[in-house]
Design a protein. Structure first.
Ligand SMILES: NC(=O)c1ccc[n+]([C@@H]2O[C@H](COP(=O)([O-])OP(=O)(O)OC[C@H]3O[C@@H](n4cnc5c(N)ncnc54)[C@H](OP(=O)(O)O)[C@@H]3O)[C@@H](O)[C@H]2O)c1
Length: 293
């Protein structure tokens, strides 16, 4: 049984979106650990504050695909923001070289998403409060790999969350997953990505599973991923609206980490690319501009 969770408590949402914002402007780089040292002068809110402080002090996020190019950025950004991280990896040796070993807030656990929900539930444990999935099949000879990883693997992870009562799930998916239904069948990127075992179709099926699961989800569909630092600002659109474009993995990781604490990101599918012409907008504004469907 997971601990009482700030991410799923209505009280947290109420506080962040209303009460707290009436008194503080939360920057997008807000560090939740710092909340515990804020003193609130209005005592009528003290009970709420105590509750939130208590909940915020126990915050651990499980990251699947943590040694991937986006996954490791997510881990690094979570740690930088004061979260504890359980990094789910296939290869512990690789993970030890990917991450600095002396960070007490980082725990490495073996987690292959193709090995079923029971093992994943064990890896997630009873102390993870949210799961971020940044897995993606690795190119190889197994033509079924996209289905095993990007579809069934993600479904396994959702089931593992159910077993552990984890009620916050953030998925890194992809633009164009719904290309067949949105007039993109001849889009070269749609064709290219589906040549490898119908990857986008596999991802779309996993998305559909999450959306029906009842879990509080945020599905982030990025454009083409780049390792370079950001060269523009984030453009966020509703599902099935961005059919080309690219974005730095740093920004994808940032969007995933920000989504964790933003009620505006709940139960949403968003698409993101970056553009040098775009205005810089805070994440609560970006997520807030997308409607739930
Ligand atoms: N590349 C693009 O331009 C692009 C565009 C849009 C969306 N996306 C999607 O964005 C996500 C992140 O992409 P990326 O390029 O940053 O990822 P990546 O570097 O390819 O990393 C993929 C991660 O998934 C892990 N993984 C593979 N099979 C697994 C399994 N059976 N169990 C557990 N973990 C497994 C890998 O583990 P190992 O480290 O052990 O190999 C790796 O950590 C993916 O879903 C990708 O499809 C990519």
């Amino acid at each position: 049984m997971a601990a009482p969770l700030f991410l799923r408590t209505p009280i947290f949402h109420t506080l962040t979106s209303h009460t707290l914002n009436n008194h503080f402007t939360l920057p997008s780089t807000f560090n939740f650990k710092s909340l515990s040292i804020l003193t609130f002068s209005k005592m009528e809110r003290s009970e709420i504050v105590e509750q939130v402080q208590e909940n915020l002090s126990v915050k651990k996020v499980f990251v699947a695909g943590a040694t991937g190019s986006t996954g490791k950025r997510i881990v690094e950004q979570l740690l930088a923001k004061g979260f504890s991280v359980k990094a789910g990896v296939r290869d512990l040796d690789k993970a030890r070289t990917t991450f600095s070993s002396n960070n007490p807030s980082l725990q490495l656990v073996k987690a292959d998403v193709t090995e079923g929900s029971d093992k994943l539930a064990e890896a997630i444990g009873d102390d993870s409060e949210a799961v971020i999935c940044a897995t993606g099949f690795r190119l190889g000879w197994d033509v079924l790999a996209p289905w095993k990883v990007d579809n069934f693997g993600t479904v396994n992870l959702v089931e593992a969350c159910r077993k552990r009562n984890v009620n916050r799930f953030i998925l890194i998916s992809s633009i164009l997953v719904n290309g067949a239904a949105t007039g993109q069948l001849l889009n070269p990127i749609y064709i290219l990505l589906n040549v490898f075992g119908l990857t986008l179709v596999a991802k779309l099926k996993a998305e559909q599973y999450i959306r029906k699961s009842g879990i509080n989800y945020t599905i982030i569909r990025p454009g083409g991923l780049k390792n370079d630092p950001p060269s523009g600002n984030v453009v966020m659109g509703p599902e099935d609206t961005l059919f080309k474009g690219a974005i730095s993995r740093d920004q994808v990781a940032e969007a995933a980490v920000e989504a964790l604490a933003l009620p505006e990101a709940s139960f949403k599918v968003v698409e993101i690319i970056s553009s040098p012409d775009a205005r810089k907008r805070p994440y609560h504004d970006l997520f807030g501009s997308i409607s739930q469907r």
